[in-house]
Design a protein around this ligand. Structure first.
Ligand SMILES: Cc1cc2nc3c(=O)[nH]c(=O)nc-3n(C[C@H](O)[C@H](O)[C@H](O)COP(=O)(O)OP(=O)(O)OC[C@H]3O[C@@H](n4cnc5c(N)ncnc54)[C@H](O)[C@@H]3O)c2cc1C
Length: 388
């Protein structure tokens, strides 16, 4: 039996960031990840899973020394964000108005994970265990025990960073409130004739938004939200036919392009009924999943990381019992309301823009026009989205 202070199940973006942020506590940490990320090679095609990384998330990644490695691999800063529905309802955010060089970066999830894994390898207090399945998680008197194919671990604190279907959350009998959105999302990687772009845009349609996220080089990720049946039909089309559908249904802003890769994802909102129990807590998608229409999912997860690492690091540095419930509750108290607020804001967008009635349409287009005129209002919205 190997003993650790903390075992983190899930070495995705959130679990790895947490391990790195806890390194300064001097505690021993194991990160268990079932699938190690494929190493980076510059010639590799771009991954489908990408995230819009806010300034607050970039700052966390800088604090754990992972940001420069991400920039050295692949990323794309964007300076403008534009959203609209009808004619002349365009709402444009410009990083200059915010006094920032960019509003954020679009980064492939694997690049973020890889940069964090490189950091974890440098720390002697962190062991990364991958390729082994967890066969049993059980409560012990002073923590948790985990049985795996080839080893057994014991820890004072078990952290679930194991994504939306978290086994840690299920083992601890933490329930979720959840519902499936009536939309699925299709991610489509394209290469464009245009050089690398610095704008991300999104047009709302009653069936769901259609968006472009710029990627490194002359690449972009198109996101097509639509009914599950329509997304299923699009997923089954040959590439050429899919391209014709994009030309017919996306805003006429893409120019010449080639479809490189595509995949579909169901969209579910989940919120765990609590984030902490004795000797256990959950973070990131294990605790909450959100409609991705404003690209906030992992940004919320990174905010969880900052909050949890701070309460543990502060308590450990004073020689306190950092694993105790009252310490962990401080993390939950800081994060739960914020996560709920962002989830609810996304649902308001989702419901408002999915409504086809004419008065609703007039109201939301007027709201977009009014918002465009209010530089103070735009700044507040953008500050919130950037996590500032
Ligand atoms: C279509 C779509 C678009 C999105 N776009 C954005 C965006 O633009 N911006 C944004 O911020 N967010 C976005 N998100 C959300 C974002 O992808 C997630 O919030 C983020 O991936 C959560 O990270 P995580 O580390 O918590 O969970 P995950 O990414 O799910 O990672 C969990 C990790 O745990 C591992 N794991 C699971 N079970 C076990 C086990 N039993 N043993 C060992 N390891 C295990 C998995 O292999 C995985 O590596 C999007 C989501 C979707 C569906």
């Amino acid at each position: 039996m190997q003993h650790y202070d903390i075992v983190i199940v899930g070495g995705g973006m959130v679990g790895s960031a947490l391990a790195c942020a806890l390194n300064q506590s001097g505690l021993s940490i194991a990160v268990i990840e079932k699938t190690a990320p494929q190493p980076f090679e510059p010639q590799q095609p771009l991954d489908l899973r990408v995230s819009a990384i806010s300034a607050a998330s970039a700052s966390l990644l800088k604090d754990v020394d992972a940001w420069s490695s991400i920039l050295a691999m692949r990323s794309c800063p964007y300076r403008y964000l534009e959203t609209w529905e009808g004619h002349q309802s365009n709402l444009l955010f410009d990083s200059q108005e915010m006094g920032h060089q960019q509003l954020g970066h679009i980064v492939e999830n694997r690049m973020i994970q890889l940069a964090l894994w490189q950091q974890m390898e440098k720390y002697s207090s962190i062991d990364v265990i991958s390729g082994q399945a967890i066969t049993k998680i059980s409560r012990s008197q002073d923590g948790y025990q985990l049985a795996m194919n080839e080893s057994e671990l014991h820890c004072k604190l078990l952290v679930g960073a194991d994504g939306a279907n978290s086994i840690v959350r299920q083992t601890a009998n933490i329930g979720v409130t959840s519902w499936d959105y009536a939309q699925h999302a299709m991610l489509i990687n394209i290469s464009t004739e245009q050089a690398q772009q610095d704008i991300t845009w999104q047009q709302f349609f009653p069936t769901g938004p259609r968006a472009l996220l710029p990627l490194a080089g002359n690449n972009a990720s198109l996101v097509w939200y639509d009914s599950p049946a329509r997304i299923k039909a699009l997923s089954q089309m040959p590439i050429n036919q899919l391209k014709e559908e994009i030309i017919a249904h996306f805003p006429n802003r893409i120019g010449e392009f080639t479809v490189d890769n595509a995949g579909a994802f169901p969209l579910t909102r989940r919120h765990a009924q609590c984030y902490v129990k004795e000797h256990l807590c959950i973070v990131g998608d294990a605790a909450h999943t959100i409609n991705p229409l404003a690209g906030q999912g992992v940004n919320l997860g990174f905010k969880d990381v900052s909050a949890l690492a701070k309460v543990i690091n502060d308590t450990a540095s004073q020689g306190g019992a950092w694993w105790q419930l009252d310490v962990l509750e401080r993390y939950e108290n800081q994060r739960r309301r914020d996560n709920l607020l962002m989830q609810s804001a996304m649902d308001v967008f989702y419901l408002t823009f999915s409504n086809e009635s004419s008065p609703f349409k007039l109201l939301r287009n007027t709201a977009l026009k009014v918002a465009q005129q209010s530089s103070w209002g735009k700044k507040q919205v953008m500050k919130y989205a950037m996590g500032l």
